[in-house]
Design a protein around this ligand. Structure first.
Ligand code: SF4
Length: 315
């Protein structure tokens, strides 16, 4: 699925000789194939072996030993002149949308959202639904999600731009669909394009109940560690400073990988996460103490009501 010929052409156009390659965890098993193919074309190859979950985590340190960094899998979140982005694309059969038609029939305006793997087909999906009596639209791309209808776990801008009455998320899992439902406050359906999970309306109730419990726990914390990511596309300094100002018992922690062991060693009673928003939502079970989103910390500090809860997004 990696358009190797296009990549090689681009590398030659840039007169690159030394090429660093970075693949996210899900695509890492393809590293050897890619590296050997590039070496066969005469490039010096350096593989970035550290964990990577998104284009927010560019291995820019590799550029000390390479002319360019090839980041596989994602569209840019922080464009860099020496980084070539090669998004990962997986075609789906638009006819799989027929599974969603009964649930969407009669909805005034359906917003189609998806992840990068399928975002190249967003407008094809919109067209298919419109041809099958479902009024569908897609929101324009944004700075972090340049393709129409594209969402990330840290931004649902395309969903909000669609301004739809109901959303259809096409992709695997339900995390992004739940994120869309919290970010927009609208009913959201998730369709597994491989047909295995079918279509289902997602509910954010379970997630919100869990977050409420963490907020209540954090109210008895005597100190708060404000997590500031050192990763290229997760670093929100201004937000971290703003969070620090909310409590005299808070301190900013510069950190790359947020792990259970690091949080335990640092020893704070609770943390406020300004790094990847998914950390607090996906990984709370692994952490020894509450890891709050900035909005949740505002609730703990009595500056926001639970009724005004919103999901954390990176602009
Ligand atoms: S910040 Fe988190 S959700 Fe956003 S691109 Fe990075 S890993 Fe993905």
């Amino acid at each position: 699925m990696i358009p190797l010929l296009d990549l090689i052409e681009e590398l030659h156009a840039r007169k690159a000789k030394r090429v660093a390659v970075q693949l996210p965890e899900g695509l890492k098993p393809r590293t050897a194939m890619l590296a050997c193919s590039l070496r066969a074309e005469g490039f010096d190859v350096l593989i970035c072996g550290d964990a990577c979950w998104g284009a927010c985590d560019l291995a820019l340190n590799a550029l000390a030993d390479a002319d360019v960094l090839v980041h596989i899998g994602h569209t840019p979140v922080t464009p860099h002149e020496r980084v070539i982005y090669v998004p990962f694309q997986q075609d789906i059969d638009p006819d799989v949308l027929s599974l969603a038609v009964p649930a969407l029939a009669g909805c005034p305006k359906v917003g189609v959202v998806t992840t990068i793997q399928h975002a190249h087909q967003t407008m094809e999906m919109v067209g298919w639904l419109n041809e099958h009596d479902v009024t569908a639209v897609a929101g324009a791309g944004s700075a972090r999600t340049p393709q129409a209808g594209q969402v990330l776990g840290c931004t649902y801008a395309a969903a909000k731009l669609a301004d739809a009455d109901v959303y259809l998320f096409v992709g695997t899992g339900i995390f992004h669909a739940i994120g869309v439902s919290v970010a927009t406050g609208k009913p959201t359906f998730a369709l597994d394009p491989y047909g295995e999970g079918g279509v289902q309306q997602v509910s954010a109730d379970r997630l919100l109940r869990k977050r409420f419990v963490q907020i209540e726990k954090a109210k008895s914390a005597k100190n708060f560690g404000i997590l500031l990511s050192s990763k290229s596309g997760q670093c929100r300094r201004d937000l971290a400073k703003r969070m620090e100002r909310l409590s005299p018992n808070a301190a900013i922690i510069l950190i790359s990988e947020v792990s259970e062991m690091q949080l335990r060693n640092l020893g704070f009673d609770a943390y406020v996460n300004t790094a990847c928003p998914r950390l607090a939502l996906d990984d709370q079970n692994r952490f020894p103490v509450p890891v709050l989103s900035p909005v949740e910390f505002e609730i703990v500090q009595g500056l926001r009501l639970w009724d005004d809860y919103t999901i954390d997004e990176i602009e």
